[in-house]
Design a protein around this ligand. Structure first.
Ligand code: KIV
Ligand code: ZN
Length: 388
């Protein structure tokens, strides 16, 4: 079975987005959850960017010496040396150096020629290798880079000592078959000389689909974040990547080292530290991910959860599924909720409660347990129901 390495960048790319900055102690607590989750590589910061980032990489390295801790550096001496310094206490340090390779970035951002960028990439990787054997190189904006040039850069950095070559879809521009083709091309060129890694942004909502296409094309590492946080529309969500692989093993015959039942607690912890939580309908960790409102769904779910759930909430650490009683709900769910609240309804009484319930629910977003209890009590008052 092909093992996929999960490279978590919640504390770096994730933290780098609006409303997501974390203090060192928050990063340490988050790192604890990520280690428990079983991530293979933990990117803890971009040390040249701030004192806080430097401190966080250093603190994570000291606290989790057995973990592969990674620090980001642009492809220049100052950055690589700063990253190396922040990792001094790490037992398994990884330096991750990057430079943009697309013509648009070369022309407008870097104002460098292709040869200059190639030279900078090779120099940064060689310098990083003086500090650690574990060097990753990223060709920023790889998906808008001339593939022939990308091959040239990838080969050159591997010759210089990079063990991982990451091909980011920095601006979330690629589509799955196209990204898969690019990855297959570089995997073929590098053979087993280096691991090909992917790092996808979600600008078109394709970050997870692109990451999955990439592993089918031979990539062995996926860079991702909890709740999909990250620059702009975010990165590929760790929980979605992992659960797609687990749930569709028939089509995605890969394995990760992630303990999936720790996903939801990690998502909740992150939500405590940043300014926003996952959207309610977010896959896996959103508030509605295991909630059922439509009567037909509720009826099926109550008969057998597998009718409407492709994974159990427990498998990702969500305490339980939720039956939401709203205007689309049916008698089966209402009867079950009444039972949960301590009432047994006869068929005629259920009918009466249900009629009143639908009148109320029509004008509301959903009824809370207390409201259901009041409704039932109104009927109880007429002796139509009996408390258990
Ligand atoms: O999106 C990107 O290209 C990055 C690199 C620094 C890996 O975050
Ligand atoms: Zn990124």
């Amino acid at each position: 079975m092909s093992r996929i390495y999960i490279f978590d960048t919640t504390l770096r790319d994730g933290e780098q987005s609006p409303g997501c900055s974390m203090t060192t102690s928050e990063k340490l607590e988050m790192a604890d959850a990520l280690v428990a989750l079983g991530v293979d590589v933990l990117e803890a910061g971009f040390p040249i960017a701030s004192e806080g980032d430097f401190e966080a990489v250093d603190a994570v390295s000291r606290r989790f010496p057995w973990v592969q801790v990674c620090a980001l550096a642009r492809a220049c001496t100052l950055d690589v040396e700063r990253a190396a310094k922040s990792l001094e206490k790490a037992k398994r340090p990884r330096i991750h150096t990057f430079i943009a390779t697309s013509d648009i970035h070369l022309q407008y951002k870097l104002r460098k020629s292709r040869q200059q960028v190639l030279d900078d990439a090779v120099a940064a990787v060689s310098l990083a290798r003086n500090y650690t054997d574990d060097v990753e190189f990223s060709a920023e904006d790889a998906t808008r880079t001339d593939p022939a040039y990308l091959e040239q850069v990838s080969l050159a950095v591997v010759d210089a000592g990079a063990r991982t070559v990451n091909l980011p879809d920095t601006v979330g521009f690629s589509v799955p078959d196209e990204y898969g083709e690019l990855i297959a091309r570089i995997v073929k060129v590098l053979g087993d000389r280096a691991i090909v890694s992917v790092h996808c942004h979600d600008d078109l909502g394709l970050a997870v689909a692109n990451s999955l296409a990439a592993i089918r094309a031979g990539a062995k590492q996926i860079e991702c974040t909890i709740n999909g946080i990250g620059e702009r529309a975010g990165n590929a969500a760790l929980e979605e990547v992992v659960m797609a692989i687990k749930t569709r093993h028939d089509r995605l015959p890969f394995e990760t080292g992630i303990h999936a039942e720790k996903i939801f607690p990690a998502s909740q912890l992150l939500t405590r530290f940043i300014t926003f939580g996952p959207q309610p309908n977010k896959a896996i960790v959103g508030e509605n991910a295991f909630a059922h409102e439509a009567g037909i769904h509720q009826d099926g779910y109550l008969k057998n959860p597998a009718t409407y759930e492709i994974m159990s909430p427990a498998s990702v650490g969500v305490p339980e599924s939720r039956i939401v009683l709203g205007k689309h709900s049916g008698r089966h769910a209402l009867k079950k909720r009444a039972e949960d609240l301590g009432y047994q309804l006869s068929p005629a009484d259920l009918e009466e409660v249900y009629t009143r319930f639908t009148q109320m629910a029509d004008n509301k977003k959903g009824l809370r347990n207390e409201e259901i209890a009041v409704l039932v009590e109104e009927v109880v008052g007429r002796g139509a129901v009996t408390a258990k």
